[in-house]
Design a protein around this ligand. Structure first.
Ligand code: SF4
Length: 319
């Protein structure tokens, strides 16, 4: 359990209230699982600008070089009201580590939101972000931001959780920064950074080695760390980290144990297994053989174990 709970802004209709346009709530198993491990801040911009629930649906219209939010049945243009509300909402949020938003919603969607050429157009002509989703990506490019639809994919889910819990932990360190605490964070995340971005790992190490002022270094370190975790790590770098870790057990494990692990590794490389499956095997050996250096590495358990779930949308590593 991390010392600092991630603070996550979540779409209210994902099980918090029946605020969808059709007056229902959409309970979400992933949100339920996260509930005791994070602090949720639920938001529903459509309800909160006074549209009520149930309500006539709204849509994003892209025409004449601009994007508008309209309610075709009433002819209302909600663009200004929604923009103003979202600006105030994001201004007043305080410290947050991530967002978990409803996919495809004209307001909350991050991408894949239908775009129409006119309020009364029959079909959509393209896709893009919703009003809140787009504003979040623009204002918080370095936070853990996802929509619940994409989190059915285990690669995206593990990446999201890794970033969310790492950023929350770093927020705790930075709250009262000291060089010792920053260096300890860097040391514990060394293999994780190696998997995500080797150049960033070295840059961040140099930054801390040269820093004299912990406050100043902390802000720069946070930016660099979050940027390093922008995209899921590549299969090649992760494989290298796993093989590096396996090397610590060359004298302790049998040939058949090693072969078993290499089989799992091959499944991971072919997107048949999530990284957490291999990390679990290594964690068992770390505990059994008391390898302190690896035991401290966040790479093997970057988020609480109860969130490990190997089910997948069936799309492998596609995003
Ligand atoms: S998707 Fe967003 S705006 Fe729509 S009902 Fe859910 S929380 Fe409200």
């Amino acid at each position: 359990m991390p010392a600092v709970k991630p603070r996550v802004v979540v779409s209210r209709c994902l099980g918090f209230a029946a605020c969808r346009w059709n007056g229902v709530s959409l309970p979400n198993a992933f949100v339920d699982k996260l509930a005791s491990l994070v602090e949720f801040v639920d938001v529903c911009p459509e309800f909160d600008i006074g549209l009520g629930a149930p309500r006539d649906p709204i849509r994003v219209v892209e025409a004449d070089g601009g994007v508008r939010l309209v309610q075709p049945a009433t002819g209302r243009d909600l663009t200004q009201a929604m923009r103003g509300h979202i600006t105030g909402l994001l201004d007043d949020l305080g410290e947050v580590d991530g967002f978990l938003l409803k996919h495809r919603s004209p307001t909350c969607g991050i991408k894949d939101v239908r775009r129409y050429a006119a309020a009364d157009a029959k079909g959509a002509f393209g896709r893009g972000p919703g009003f809140l989703g787009g504003a979040v990506i623009e204002r918080f490019p370095n936070l853990a931001v996802e929509d619940e639809g994409r989190l059915n994919n285990y690669t995206l889910r593990e990446h999201y959780l890794t970033k969310l819990f790492s950023l929350a932990e770093l927020r705790g360190v930075i709250h009262k920064p000291s060089m010792a605490a920053l260096m300890d964070f860097q040391a514990r995340h060394k293999l994780l950074l190696l998997a995500y971005d080797q150049a960033a790992m070295r840059r961040l190490g140099r930054l801390l080695a040269r820093a004299e002022d912990a406050e100043k270094a902390a802000a720069e370190y946070r930016r660099g760390f979050a940027t390093a975790l922008t995209d899921p790590p590549g299969v090649g770098p992760v494989t290298n980290v796993l093989l590096h870790a396996l090397g610590y057990f060359s004298k302790q494990i049998s040939a058949s144990e090693k072969a078993f692990f290499l089989d799992l590794l091959s499944d991971y490389r072919e997107a048949k297994l999530p990284l957490s499956a291999l990390s679990s095997v290594l964690r068992g050996w770390i505990i059994a053989h008391g390898v302190d250096y690896l035991a401290r590495q966040s790479f093997f358990e970057p988020f609480p174990r109860e969130l490990v779930e190997i089910t997948d949308s069936g799309k492998g590593r596609d995003n």
